[in-house]
Design a protein around this ligand. Structure first.
Ligand SMILES: O=P(O)(O)OC[C@H]1O[C@](O)(COP(=O)(O)O)[C@@H](O)[C@@H]1O
Ligand SMILES: [Mg+2]
Ligand SMILES: [Mg+2]
Length: 322
């Protein structure tokens, strides 16, 4: 089985970029080990802290963030980082070529139930026209991502990665500690009969979203004329991974549940990397109005509606009106 680094070399990925990816993955292996040890490694439960978004941080949110932050800031190739768990951009090495954004631990509510969790990351070229610690470093649309990926800490630890070409799947071989290529190209079929959405938000969706989901639930008795299945993991990494493996559509649309926060998922370190992975596997990723990758970020922790997966199903969502 092919190893990660030779695969990236064969894909003509620049050496410094490979080094940054390796650095992120070194932290992921440590997180994977701690996750597999569960209560034995003291990672379960909440901390007493809140992040800038007002969310109580879990112990594993803080630990994962610290591991990634420390290792990335000691890399000679990283000029700045942005994280879900950091209020502001943190400067690294002046003149280094790359900037990295990450969600150190996605699916925090799954930590204590031994459910799927993951790390999401994205790498851009650093901007020379703004200081290293400026939030404007990350004012780049998702189309400018040089690499995007996630590590899923499930029954196996998996890496799903694109460097602009195909979305590839690697499995962490715990016996020697390396990621091995286990699926050369992930591909999302354009049609599907499976959707993922948090149904408890139904009454807070707009009329068009309600109309679309009602059609899916009506199955063969409704206008779609076929039966749909539903899954909800509670961790975007797990839900999008399922879509990449066996198809489907994943939705976290806007809602009025919390008037100050019309969307849940963050553009920079959740929506954009996942959108790149999904598009490079033949799927689509939109907010409902715009292609996610075309959005120019206005804030580090900006939130956007997310609808991604099977191309024809994403089109159905966009075209369904109440
Ligand atoms: O609790 P809900 O509304 O089902 O939301 C689940 C969503 O929230 C998230 O857990 C947010 O990510 P974090 O755990 O990184 O805050 C997504 O992974 C997931 O899709
Ligand atoms: Mg997240
Ligand atoms: Mg998180």
């Amino acid at each position: 089985m092919k190893r990660l680094i030779p695969t990236l070399r064969a894909d003509n990925v620049p050496l410094e970029l490979i080094m940054v990816i390796r650095t992120i993955l070194a932290a992921s292996k440590e997180i994977s080990f701690r996750v597999s040890q569960g209560a034995l490694s003291g990672i379960l439960g909440s901390s007493l802290d809140e992040n800038i978004q007002g969310e109580t941080q879990k112990k594993l949110d803080i630990l994962s963030n610290q591991l990634l932050k420390d290792i990335l800031l000691s890399s000679p190739d990283v000029r700045a980082i942005a994280s879900e768990e950091e209020d502001d951009v943190v400067a690294g090495i002046e003149d280094a070529p790359y900037i990295v954004a990450f969600d150190p631990l996605d699916g925090s509510s799954n930590i204590d139930i031994n459910g799927q969790i993951g790390t999401i990351f994205t790498i851009y070229a650093a901007r020379d026209d703004v200081p290293a610690d400026s939030p404007l470093q990350f004012a780049q649309p998702g189309t400018a991502q040089l690499a995007a990926g996630y590590v899923l800490y499930g029954p196996s630890t998996l890496l799903v990665l694109t460097t602009g070409g195909p979305t590839r799947l690697y499995t962490l071989d715990q016996t020697h500690g390396g990621y091995l290529l286990t699926q050369d190209e992930m591909e999302i079929e354009p049609d599907t009969a499976e959707f993922a959405i948090n149904m408890s938000n139904q009454r807070f969706w707009n009329q068009d979203t309600q109309a679309y989901i009602n059609q899916l639930i009506a199955g063969e008795t409704g206008p779609r004329g076929k039966r749909f299945n539903m899954r909800w993991n509670g961790a975007m990494v797990g839900d999008v991974h399922r879509v990449l493996q066996r198809g489907g559509i994943f939705l976290y649309p806007s809602d009025t549940k919390n008037p100050g926060q019309p969307s849940k998922l963050r553009l920079l370190y959740e929506a954009n990397p996942m959108a790149m992975l999904v598009e490079n596997a033949g799927g689509k990723a939109v907010t409902g109005e715009d292609r996610i990758l075309d959005i120019m970020p206005s804030d580090l922790h900006q939130r956007v509606p997310v609808i991604m997966g099977a191309a024809n199903e994403v089109d159905e969502f966009v075209n369904t009106k109440a």
